[in-house]
Design a protein around this ligand. Structure first.
Ligand SMILES: Nc1ncnc2c1ncn2[C@@H]1O[C@H](COP(=O)(O)OP(=O)(O)O)[C@@H](O)[C@H]1O
Ligand SMILES: O=C(O)C1=C[C@@H](OP(=O)(O)O)[C@@H](O)[C@H](O)C1
Length: 182
């Protein structure tokens, strides 16, 4: 069983994906983390040193590798949908969920972030608005389902997604609730 989460930076792909994996007893895979293991440095440093195109090439290779043996809950990077090849790999091999968020919510969540290279600009909210306008259609094109993340907590989002996966017949009803970790 393979689920992929797509959405803008800060949409909750990692936070929701980790808990969804635990809930469904599936491995959680963060593509940014896989990329960082391969390059041996942070994505921000790699962006600065090698540029965005080199990063996108690497991202495409990692997505193709993961799609060759799809299993688990995948948190993709926010720009994974930019390339058509990635959109096709994701849609064909994963049940794709778009975690939709408004630029304003994302800005609130990420205002202290220093890890995301595209947001290290004078006007991060403006940048998030541009990214939303450019990518929202691509996320929708890639995804089998759209989940709005504006109001629900991370735990509620996991419940909503599990319910949708059950309704779609992707997982059997009655997946065990996650044990509280704190
Ligand atoms: N629905 C939500 N409600 C509150 N905080 C959230 C929500 N989704 C994500 N966050 C918080 O926003 C930050 C970015 O989330 P993250 O999972 O890293 O996003 P992504 O992997 O999509 O870039 C984290 O601190 C996370 O806990
Ligand atoms: O939106 C983007 O183009 C990117 C988002 C990042 O992932 P997150 O969505 O996890 O921040 C990371 O892949 C890279 O910095 C590029």
């Amino acid at each position: 069983m393979a689920v992929a989460l797509v959405g803008l930076p800060g949409a909750g792909k990692s936070a929701v994906g980790r808990r969804l994996g635990a809930r469904l007893d599936l491995p959680f895979i963060d593509t940014d983390h896989v990329i960082e293991q391969r390059i041996g440095c942070s994505i921000r440093d790699y962006f600065e040193r090698e540029g965005e195109i080199a990063f996108r090439d690497l991202e495409q290779t990692v997505i193709a590798d993961l799609a060759a043996q799809p299993h688990g809950v995948l948190a993709t990077g926010g720009g994974a949908v930019l390339r058509e090849a990635n959109r096709k790999q994701l849609r064909d091999h994963f049940h794709v969920i778009y975690l939709r968020s408004s630029p304003e919510d994302l800005f609130r969540r990420l205002r202290h972030d220093v890890k995301r290279p595209l947001l290290q600009v004078a006007d991060p909210l403006g940048r998030l608005r541009e990214l939303h306008d450019a990518r929202d259609p691509l996320y929708r094109e890639t995804a089998h389902e759209v989940v709005d993340t504006g109001r629900p907590s991370i735990a509620m989002l996991v419940d909503i997604i599990v319910m949708q996966l059950e309704l779609a017949g992707i997982v059997a009803p009655g997946a065990q609730p996650e044990e509280p970790s704190d």
